[in-house]
Ligand binder design. Structure first.
Ligand code: ADP
Ligand code: MG
Length: 240
């Protein structure tokens, strides 16, 4: 589903990603872990071309988004992205947050879009909130709306950048549970998170990023019990 070859990203003289190569298979759940500033967000943003790589090539489901001839908007519309700070449309009701992109980008008719939206709201446990405005929701509810909104575009894969980092502790679980459900139905996901319990339970693979490089690419069991590098060991000592 994703192939990354020798990806480099520089901001000015700051080389943030240094020769990243990896692949993510269809249905795989990959958790990206690493210290602040290690390049995790930049890596995710390169995957959907929110950041343009300085060097290297990226394929999404066989289409090379780093090829100048590729329609980036089209490929991006097939990738769901969920951010730490939700990014909902504040002036739209929850239901309209979900129907907007499918109607505008996919030219779905309103009735079909609303039927799909209601089905997704049911899946994330927010059926009763379709008329609500984002401001009236809790952080956990907002993030579940954001996930449902991404899913409304029927993405081939989902990228999550610290989806629970801005939430009060009691709301973390409801969001992680929605992500767990997605993993179970075979959604391909790349997830940046500091939720180590979740990573251990749900990830097929853990990538440990430090200083813009992938230092470890292991199963969660290997990573948490027998990290190969002292950098990862030091990191785990601090967070666990
Ligand atoms: P992480 O998500 O792991 O905390 P980031 O990918 O956000 O790390 O940032 C990695 C480095 O890239 C940091 O040094 C950050 O300051 C820098 N950086 C990120 N985005 C930009 C940008 N748009 N312009 C300049 N520097 C950036
Ligand atoms: Mg980040």
């Amino acid at each position: 589903m994703i192939k990354v070859e020798h990806l480099h990203k520089q901001f000015g003289h700051n080389e943030v990603l240094k020769d990243i190569s990896t692949e993510v298979g269809k249905g795989e759940v990959v958790v990206v872990i690493g210290p602040s500033g290690s390049g995790k967000s930049t890596f995710l943003r390169c995957l959907n071309f929110l950041e343009e790589p300085t060097k290297g090539r990226i394929w999404i489901d066989g289409e090379e988004i780093t090829d100048k001839k590729t329609n980036v908007m089209k490929v991006r519309s097939e990738i769901g992205m969920v951010f730490q700070h939700f990014h909902l449309f504040p002036h739209k009701r929850v239901l309209d947050n979900l129907t907007y992109a499918p109607m505008k980008v996919k030219k779905m008719n309103r009735q079909t879009a609303e039927e799909k939206a209601r089905e997704l709201l049911r899946k994330v446990g927010l059926t009763e909130k379709e008329e609500a405005y984002p401001d009236s929701l809790s952080g956990g509810q907002k993030q579940r709306v954001a996930i449902a909104r991404a899913l409304a575009m029927e993405p081939k894969l989902m990228l999550f950048d610290e989806p629970t980092s801005a939430l009060d502790p009691e709301m973390v679980k409801e969001v992680l549970n929605v992500m767990k459900d997605l993993a179970q139905i075979g959604m391909t996901m790349v997830i940046v998170t500091h939720e180590m319990g979740f990573a251990r339970e749900v990830a097929d693979r853990v990538l440990f990023l430090d200083g813009g490089k992938i230092l470890e690419d292991s199963t969660p069991d290997e990573f948490f019990s027998r990290p190969k590098t002292t950098r990862a060991q030091d990191f785990l000592d601090k967070v666990l």
